[in-house]
Design a protein around this ligand. Structure first.
Ligand SMILES: NC(=O)c1ccc[n+]([C@@H]2O[C@H](COP(=O)([O-])OP(=O)(O)OC[C@H]3O[C@@H](n4cnc5c(N)ncnc54)[C@H](OP(=O)(O)O)[C@@H]3O)[C@@H](O)[C@H]2O)c1
Length: 137
């Protein structure tokens, strides 16, 4: 952590580290999610991709959900490259279609016996970012 400027009130700090409260390294080294099934929507990039990657490193079976199959394939490859024995299931599903979501969840339960964690990261930040830019260009 470094202090960017002492003139700022309140002071502005730049963080290039991981806060202890959210640091996953111990969960990863302990394989704390071994035997757990984690569904991650929005897993093809961004927050969801990193969440899926981290849960897989912590031993979880991960279900990658997003609409773009080629991106899900790429994320699966990234996971298997680092965690060769990872259990990965992909579901190229539009999350606002309840019928397709139900089919996907049924597949998940058949394969893994249930769901322990849902990371709901599907979405878009576009309107939020535009609003930010308009408020503070
Ligand atoms: N990044 C930030 O700083 C931030 C801050 C606050 C909140 N958030 C929120 O956190 C969420 C994730 O952010 P992000 O930055 O990781 O976004 P991102 O990089 O744009 O990723 C969005 C993910 O959601 C998937 N997705 C979008 N619509 C979908 C749909 N209808 N059905 C299934 N999958 C869908 C996308 O894949 P496909 O396009 O292949 O479907 C992609 O995997 C967003 O809802 C965002 O608003 C982000």
């Amino acid at each position: 952590m470094s202090k960017e400027s002492s003139d700022e009130e309140p002071p502005v700090y730049l963080h290039h580290d991981v806060y202890p409260a959210v640091d996953p390294s111990q969960l990863i080294s302990n394989h704390a999610f071994q035997g757990k099934c984690v569904i991650v929507t929005g897993a093809s990039r961004g927050i969801g991709e990193d969440a899926a990657f981290t849960f897989a490193r912590a031993g979880a079976s991960v279900v990658l959900v997003a609409r773009t199959k080629s991106q899900l394939d790429a994320v699966e490859s990234r996971i298997l490259e680092h965690v060769p024995n990872a259990q990965v299931l992909k579901a190229a599903v539009e999350v606002i279609d309840p019928a397709k979501v139900e089919v996907a969840v049924t597949r998940v339960v058949e394969r893994f016996g249930g769901v322990d964690v849902l990371v709901a990261a599907a979405g878009t930040a576009r309107s939020m970012i535009v609003a930010f830019l308009q408020a503070d260009p």
